[in-house]
Design a protein around this ligand. Sequence first.
Ligand code: A3P
Length: 284
Amino acid sequence: MENSEEPMTYFRHNGIIFCSQLHKAERLEELKDFNIDPHIPVLITYPKSGTTWMQQIMSLILCNDNDSKKVINLYERAPWMESVRFKLESMDYQILTTHLNYQMVPNCVKNKMFKIIYVTRNPKDVIVSSYHFHEYSRFLEAPKNFQDFLENFVEGNVFFGSWFEHIRDWHSHKDELNILFVAYEDMKNDLQSVVQKVASFLNKKLDEETLESILNQCTFKHMKENPKTNYKSVSDLFNFESGSFYRKGITGDWKNYFLVSQNEWFDAIYQKKMGDFPLKFDNM
Ligand code: A3P
């Protein structure tokens, strides 16, 4: 029997699934009129696309002494604007992060005054990363199996809704915004070029020493071991006995999960929904 005392894991707002432990409808509504200083860059991603990695890159570009003892956790330097865990009014953040779709972000960011970075990732790798994320996150329901998760993902029945709509929608507004699209796969292939591109977008000049220090602090190994970036202390949200936030950090891991039939099915759907989409993904 259903226990009415038990909190529901999910709720829908504007048709999109949110997690009760992190989000409230009221906050999502209030956010539309939330005022942000236009000097604060906004990082937008669909979950599991390399958000934390880009938060670290941006944060280090904006302030390269992030390894000092004074420095707070990365998620406090770049909080999620939609999460009720953060009281933005009393925080001294450098960056604002969001997984929200275009309709739901604060109205104030919808112009060229704000610098927006949108990180994309091959959707098949997003699916695999998200599948594992659901296994160790306490605010998400563990998937029944990979097939079931894949179907839910394609239908947009996962937190933050449809990957297809998220990326298409943001991309369709690119000409009205000051937005830089960065691919996770490019970060893997040539991180130095991506860091330089992001720095130039944020109007920051990096000398060689700073660039080298940023690259060192952005490696998978460094971020996995660094208590300020590895989420190890956030045990109320994650059960790290069931998985790791810094899982593999590679591209093409989907090949270890998708059956040939699942891959063919997904490719056909992808072609239908995204065939005309101008951004292409490596390792599909
Ligand atoms: P995997 O689960 O495929 O390993 P997000 O921050 O949006 O939740 O994305 C998490 C994904 O980014 C995880 O992917 C994680 O390993 C990967 N990631 C985080 N930091 C990384 C880094 N420095 N280098 C490569 N991948 C990284």
